[in-house]
Design a protein around this ligand. Structure first.
Ligand SMILES: [Zn+2]
Ligand SMILES: [Zn+2]
Length: 258
């Protein structure tokens, strides 16, 4: 079973909106956007692993503050994981002793408060009791999605991406998948913006969800502020018989073995 809590699943902030941060059980996060701030201090201190899809600010905004907030409350490091090029961006542009302290050498290099880890390409790896592997993304910068498995329950996360045939081929060929968490940033009228910013829009999701097996839940995230209702009504109208869900930040789902 996987307990998935979408601490943040909005494409921006404002009111109750929180940006991308998903908790897998209690100790693993996928991305560290402003959704992370809804955890209590004690819950934050239990985070052992943060797995990044890419280094855009809406996905890492709370990571530097997490480090600083729980320092002194933990004995082991917080492990940050991502593809090599994503980790390099975070190391060079965030934890560089200018934007924020380099927690990978605080208090000492031998016993750092944070570790930045490149995840192995094209193989499954174990993080906090979950089996993870990367999935393709198409976002104009180093980026990926993830397939996550635990005790026979399998989920896939798109990360931020434009139309990405390699990602969808993996999704449509995965017989074990219980749910796919997919970004849909824009409604139909914003198609040009979707192309320009390398995000999905409603018609791209409809094209792929029409091929999705009927027993796979489609969970729509990263809707841009103000477009939430339009995206939902356009997708519901086009996919009336599908299990398509439109969570708000804070929503929790349990996924069992298929
Ligand atoms: Zn992005
Ligand atoms: Zn984003």
């Amino acid at each position: 079973m996987i307990k998935l809590k979408l601490l943040g699943c909005n494409g921006g902030i404002g009111g109750t909106r929180r940006t991308t941060c998903y908790a897998l059980d209690e100790s693993v996060l996928i991305d560290a956007g402003t959704g992370l701030t809804s955890l209590s201090l004690e819950e934050m201190a239990r985070i052992d692993h943060v797995v990044l899809t890419h280094a855009h600010f809406d996905h890492i905004a709370s990571l530097p503050l997490l480090m600083d907030s729980v320092i002194g409350m933990r004995t082991g490091p917080i492990n940050v994981w991502g593809p090599q090029r994503v980790i390099e961006i975070v190391a060079n542009h965030v934890f560089n002793n200018q934007i924020w302290p380099d927690f990978t050498s605080i208090p000492s290099i031998a016993h750092p408060f944070a570790k930045l880890n490149a995840i192995p390409e094209n193989q499954t790896f174990d993080i906090g009791g979950f089996k993870l592997s990367t999935l393709a993304a198409n976002h104009g910068i180093p980026a990926c999605g993830y397939r996550v498995e635990k005790a026979g329950a399998v989920l896939a996360f798109s990360g931020d991406t434009a139309d990405c045939p390699d990602f969808w081929e993996a999704i449509h060929n995965d017989d074990e998948l219980a749910g796919v968490i997919v970004e849909c940033s824009y409604s139909r009228k914003m198609h040009e913006m979707a192309l320009m910013s390398m995000h999905m829009d409603v018609d791209m999701v409809i094209k792929e969800f029409s091929q999705l097996r009927s027993n796979v839940a489609g969970i729509i995230v990263h809707r841009k502020p103000g477009l939430e209702d339009e995206i939902e009504s356009e997708l519901r109208a086009a996919l009336p018989d599908r299990d398509v869900r439109f969570p708000i930040s804070g929503q929790e789902y349990l996924f069992q073995t298929k």
